[in-house]
Design a protein around this ligand. Structure first.
Ligand code: ADP
Length: 492
């Protein structure tokens, strides 16, 4: 429409008056914005489609039993889902930035360590393209500075990722200088460079350079987000570039130093591998069988006894039979309401039973009852596993065993290792002792084979084998040896 009006104005024959010229300029700008939006939507749907295809394809292969290596397929699916999540996050960032709602969380962060981790993170990407990624900073950088690590990381990752993407030979350098509270970050590459006429527009949302550069994957959001973040942090970003020789993006930020060094934050917790205490029983009620399988797959390896039901009545019967410690109940159970089932569970089992509701929709006021909510907690789907585990630990008062932390000896705490049928004890002890021995010599393949043999012994050994696999996957051989030792002493 705007295009047609512009054509009409232009075809007027005579030189347009200044009002017309202004109108043409505005319409041209509006048309450009509109085109950019259309291009953006096309790019976004392309960006969404490729990971979605990977998820769809691999899921079907696994479903048909043709996925040779289910673990590798699961990794592709997880990575694709993560890519989608990042894309959504980027779009939300743009919306937040444009709406002025983005908030910074400044904290005292370890500066040189932050930079090292960042470069380590991007190293693989650079190696995959056969180029070097180098961190260059003087020795005297302050140990701590005040900054929002999430947003600063986002800025630098965007710039480094671009530098790697648009460089085919040579190297990318992250150079960091610090003087009088002013931090200067330069991301320097030896890539294709940017023509002077493109230098300003690449910072605009959805703008990408045509030609060879434009053919590389991307949605043209990175630099727009980066520039907006730098401005929100009170800094500036500049670009110097020579086509064919390389580019240098420079970010200048005031990052003050804390007066006193902060106390060290707690080290990051390792993956949960089990829990301390007696075995806990969990009933899961959900009409989505894929969801049931997923929750079972998450909880059983940690040592929980899990029973599942696809409808409320079966769930109630199961709960009556096994007297679980916790029920995870979906809100929308086909025709039934999960809230009704929760209320009936509460009436039958009393306050001791913990009930956690799961739903794809936020709880509404209709769910609240006069006699108080039947459930203890509510978790929104899709959920991060760690969120669900936090909720379960909170409700059941559990203390987790984690990869990397020593498993408490069974004498001081009854680790959640189930008791085993007497008939399998000799074999169980043999496999576990062998695993202990193999861990000492670090023979991973043989350890895997022993764990498989252990899993095949009896249904009771499968959860233990799964927990061992978790420790092996995270190369926590110490925890694995401890699990094997604990199991042997429990079996005797
Ligand atoms: P995307 O990388 O998703 O296309 P960006 O907003 O991050 O989006 O970048 C916009 C454009 O700027 C890129 O498409 C590319 O043309 C150009 N560009 C960004 N960084 C570089 C660089 N280091 N070297 C050459 N061109 C670059």
């Amino acid at each position: 429409m705007a295009g047609r009006i512009i054509d009409w104005l232009r075809s007027g024959g005579s030189e347009p008056a200044s009002a017309d010229a202004e109108l043409i300029a505005r319409l041209t700008a509006a048309e450009a914005a509109n085109e950019a939006k259309t291009r953006f939507l096309a790019s976004v749907s392309h960006e969404i489609r490729s990971p979605l295809n990977a998820i769809y394809g691999y899921a079907q292969l696994i479903e048909r039993g043709e996925g040779k290596d289910a673990l590798a397929a699961a990794r592709v699916i997880r990575r694709s889902a993560e890519h989608l999540a990042h894309l959504v996050e980027g779009l939300l960032d743009i919306a937040q930035v444009e709406g002025g709602a983005l908030k910074l969380n400044r904290e005292a962060m370890r500066f040189p360590e932050f930079l090292r981790q960042l470069v380590d993170m991007m190293q693989l990407q650079a190696e995959a393209k056969g180029i070097a990624l180098v961190l260059d900073h003087p020795p005297g950088l302050p140990e701590f500075v005040h900054a929002d690590p999430k947003r600063l990381r986002q800025v630098l990752i965007n710039l480094i990722a671009n530098a790697i993407k648009f460089t085919d030979h040579g190297m990318v350098t992250l150079k960091v200088e610090y003087r009088n509270q002013l931090a200067t970050f330069s991301v320097i590459d030896t890539g294709i460079g940017i023509a002077p006429e493109d230098a300003a527009r690449i910072f605009a949302p959805f703008e990408r350079v045509g030609g060879a550069a434009g053919e590389r994957a991307g949605v043209g959001l990175g630099l727009a987000i980066t520039q907006a973040l730098v401005h929100i942090m009170g800094g500036e970003i500049t670009l110097e570039s020579t086509p064919g020789a390389g580019s240098r993006f420079t970010v200048r930020l005031m990052l003050s130093q804390p007066l006193t060094p902060p106390t060290d934050p707690a080290p990051e917790a390792g993956a949960v591998t089990g829990y301390i205490g007696r075995e806990r029983w969990i009933v899961v009620i959900d009409d989505d069988t894929a969801h049931l399988a997923m929750v079972r797959g998450l909880l059983e390896p940690l040592g929980f006894q899990v029973r599942t039901a696809t409808d409320g009545e079966t769930g109630l019967a199961l709960a009556a039979q096994v007297q679980p410690d916790l029920v995870l109940c979906d809100v929308a159970l086909g025709e039934e309401s999960g809230w009704d089932i929760a209320a009936r569970l509460r009436r039958r089992h009393g306050a001791l039973l913990k009930i956690v509701m799961l739903s794809g929709e936020a709880p509404d006021s209709a769910a609240r009852r006069d006699d108080g909510p039947a459930n203890n907690t509510f978790v929104m789907k899709p959920f991060d596993f760690t969120v669900l585990l936090d909720v379960i630990a909170g409700e059941l008062g559990l203390e987790w065993l984690r990869a990397g932390s020593a498993v408490p000896p069974p004498a001081s705490a009854d680790a959640a290792v189930p008791s085993f049928p007497v008939g399998i004890v000799p074999d169980l002890s043999r496999h576990c002792s062998e695993i202990e021995r193999l861990v000492r010599i670090g023979h991973v393949r043989a350890i895997e084979a022993e764990i498989d043999a252990l899993a095949a012994l009896a249904p009771e050994t499968a959860p233990l084998a799964d927990r061992m696999r978790v420790t092996l996957d995270s190369f926590d051989l110490k925890a694995l040896a401890q699990l094997a030792k604990t199991a042997v002493s429990h079996a005797r």
